[in-house]
Design a protein around this ligand. Sequence first.
Ligand SMILES: [Zn+2]
Length: 93
Amino acid sequence: MNLTQWQTKPAWSEYEAQLLGRGYEPTWDPDTERAVSSAKITCCRCGATPAYVGMTDGKTELGFLACTPECGEWIRFLAPLPPLPPDGEGDGR
Ligand SMILES: [Zn+2]
């Protein structure tokens, strides 16, 4: 996984509050959680294992790895989404 440093990003608690203010809600996807833990990602600043945090507004799902509040480091990654079930396709209308 390629982790890009983002020098001017806000603290995770701040950014999380922004997302909540934009209508996002915390979500938890066990498949993503498993993928994250098997990838053995460690924080580039303190070496701890960041926690997976999912956010969704019902349409878009965002994935984050957030380190401890003391560290404040976090990264965003693209959550592997399952394919959407076909909606109204082939109903012969
Ligand atoms: Zn850290």
